[in-house]
Design a binder for this molecule. Structure first.
Ligand code: FVH
Length: 293
């Protein structure tokens, strides 16, 4: 019996993420074909009913929907340029992490070759795929998102950000920027207390509840950032500068590399030097927008 076209999916790339995405599709009953540049990575998937294509060309032509989960932008072109003829007339969902302009370039490449294109940014680790808390951000051709939404939701929330193919990546990288700089702050604090013999484990036991309790203040700051009204009765920049100077000095006195906190301190210093000492410390946002101009 022929398998319904909508049920056929090909996944290109069998890294940890590609395997997790393919396994989730197969578990939901999709006829799933996989391909990987280096053969031999599909052994555990075959027992789940997943077909391994012998060639990339065979993989692409097996399904109307092709999902790419490769390393980076260059690897997408490396893999797909040679089979662009076979991809023509099909749909490509690219979940490879790329910068926004790289996603836009791929969307233009796809359009020029009659390939319907949707770009995605995965906000999950492989073990989270299909679980609560997993989400994938999409942008590009809206009709592709609408058509395949039930399939995309097998992996997690399938949020759509607009027809500019670079938007999903922009949101993805903006969120990752927040994550990495939070981690950097944790490392800075851990280095401070490590100078007094405190383990990272012990610091984490205090840092996690503290950061969790303070996280809602992110949303509380957003209205000022959106309106540009930074007037405040509390936590003005003069106060924050005194605190930031002391925290920076404490790090220096502890003999640690002050580079992480020094960046925040520099933003505060600039705002005060520019005459905004009475404004909310949230005003450092203005030093980041438009290259701080
Ligand atoms: N893993 C994660 O937690 C993160 C979560 C957020 C999103 N990322 C992005 O997802 C893409 C794939 O990630 P991955 O974890 O599966 O990555 P790897 O395990 O390193 O597998 C990479 C696959 O890409 C293939 N590949 C690399 N270069 C080429 C190329 N030039 N041509 C064809 N394929 C290529 C590689 O094949 P091989 O080395 O086994 O032959 C793997 O299949 C990624 O963008 C993350 O940023 C995951």
């Amino acid at each position: 019996m022929a398998v319904d076209d909508a049920a056929r999916v090909t996944v290109l790339g069998l890294g940890l993420m590609g395997k997790a995405l393919a396994a989730t599709l197969a578990k939901a009953g999709h006829a799933t074909t996989v391909w990987n540049r280096t053969p031999g990575k599909a052994a555990d998937l075959k027992s789940q009913g997943i077909a391994e294509a012998a060639t990339l060309s065979e993989a692409v032509t097996a399904s109307p929907l092709v999902v790419a989960v490769l390393l980076d932008h260059a690897s997408v072109h490396d893999a797909l340029d040679p089979v662009v003829g076979e991809l023509s007339g099909r749909t490509l969902v690219n979940l490879t992490s790329t910068a926004p302009n790289q996603a836009r370039e791929l969307a233009q490449w796809a359009a020029a070759n009659d390939i319907a294109y949707l770009d995605g940014g995965i906000m999950a680790t492989p073990d989270m795929i299909g679980q609560a808390g997993s989400s994938i951000l999409y942008s590009g051709t809206e009709s592709v998102h609408a058509k395949y939404k039930p399939l995309l939701e097998l992996w997690g929330e399938a949020a759509y950000f607009g027809d500019d193919a670079g938007l999903a990546s922009l949101w993805d990288f903006a969120l990752l920027s927040g994550m990495y700089t939070m981690f950097a702050g944790f490392y800075h604090g851990a280095a401070m207390v490590a100078s007094a013999g405190v383990s990272a484990d012990a610091f984490a036991a205090r840092a996690v509840p503290w950061l969790t309790a303070i996280a809602p203040h992110i949303a509380a700051q957003a209205p000022a950032m959106d309106s540009g009204d930074y007037s405040t009765d509390v936590q003005h920049l003069n106060f924050t500068k005194a605190a930031a100077d002391s925290i920076h000095q404490a790090g220096v006195d502890a003999g640690i590399n002050p580079v992480v906190f020094a960046q925040f301190k520099a933003l505060v210093d600039q705002q005060v030097a520019d005459g905004h000492g009475a404004a909310s410390f949230t005003r450092v946002f203005e030093s980041l927008k438009n290259s701080g101009k």
